[in-house]
Design a protein around this ligand. Structure first.
Ligand code: ZN
Length: 332
């Protein structure tokens, strides 16, 4: 087991090395319990000899937003590893306290991991923090880390750690050059938990020739086929919904409410930083208009709320979009 963990840590550390300078100060806002995603990042920091601190704000009795803010002022982190939901909540808290600019001042990189995060979400977060936002890694507990971000913001597969194949729907073929299909992985360094040919269930596209110069294949993960959702006959994906939500509003979170038949759908948006309600009806109109353009659907209603349930925010490795951002309602 220890050997497996070390292999994975070193493989990821080498992939992230170009992003992390030796004088980096790293804050790790990820859980260590049950889903020990913070442990990998801490291991990478130890291996690369970087100053780091773990501070998962939902660790009741240890961290809190106040304590996090106090730590921030002395440690002045330059890179933050954070779950997307936690990033949203932390941003909200700081903005409400009017501290975002001050606290965010030291940060140049946000490294998102542990949950699905999309390009429109990262663009919005980067704008709020005035820093770069990366989708840091891709993988699971079973497979280990399969890909890691490069400096140019693309994810590269780690072919030294895993043998990759693509299931095209007709056959499973070795991954060579370009291709599209479901990613199949065989870890090469798993001794404690040997695993043969796991179908990850994720639809991916693979290509070569990244602008960063790395020769490892670039992977774009489109998500699970089972994570798609049919609402009023329109197929919704996390990517397309977030293009609407984070692309056209400053909401700090969202929840889709759909009934079992998929006929009724309501979009709840969490009020951003502004407390005034002016402009919300304009924002609602814009969301409806963008939804028609991008999703091919009009919501029964678009509603702004003050806050959303914590399970959309705690970043506790809710890898399933359906579990964190979609609520199925019983018919009234
Ligand atoms: Zn690259």
């Amino acid at each position: 087991m220890a050997q497996d963990t070390i292999w994975n840590t070193v493989s990821v550390a080498e992939a992230w090395r170009p992003l992390l300078s030796p004088d980096e100060r790293v804050a790790i806002l990820l859980p260590s319990d049950i889903v020990p995603v913070a442990d990998l990042v801490a291991g990478v920091c130890e291996y690369l000899d970087l100053a780091h601190i773990r501070a998962y704000p939902f660790a009741t009795g240890i961290s809190s937003w106040d304590r996090l803010e106090a730590m921030w002022r002395t440690f002045r982190p330059t890179t933050v590893f954070v779950a997307p939901g936690v990033a949203l909540q932390f941003t909200r808290v700081l903005a409400q306290r009017d501290q975002l600019e001050d606290i965010g001042g030291s940060v140049s990189k946000l490294m998102l991991l542990g949950e699905v995060n999309t390009p429109p979400f990262r663009r919005r977060l980067a704008q709020w923090w005035q820093s770069a936002a990366y989708d840091a890694s891709y993988g699971s507990t079973e497979t280990g880390t399969l890909a890691a971000t490069c400096l140019d913001g693309y994810q590269h597969l780690l072919p030294a750690a895993t043998y990759f194949e693509l299931d095209t729907g007709r056959e499973v073929v070795p991954l060579e050059g370009e291709g599209t299909g479901r990613l199949v992985s065989t870890p090469l360094n798993a001794y404690g938990r040997p695993l043969l040919r796991l179908d990850t269930g994720d639809e991916v596209s693979v290509r070569q020739d990244c602008s960063c110069g790395s020769t490892a294949p670039v992977v774009t993960v489109h998500g699970r086929a089972s994570d798609g959702l049919l609402v009023r006959g329109a197929p919704l994906s996390v990517r397309s919904v977030e293009e609407v939500v984070y692309g056209s509003t400053d909401a700090t979170g969202y929840l889709l409410e759909v009934d079992k038949s998929g006929d009724y759908a309501r979009l709840l948006l969490e009020r951003g930083f502004r407390t005034d309600r002016e402009g919300e009806s304009t924002a609602r109109d814009l969301v409806q208009q963008r939804s028609e353009e991008l999703l091919g659907l009009r919501w029964d209603s678009v509603v702004f709320v003050n806050s959303l349930p914590t399970n959309t925010k705690s970043g506790a490795s809710q890898k399933s979009w359906k579990r964190s951002n979609i609520r199925q309602m019983e018919a009234a």
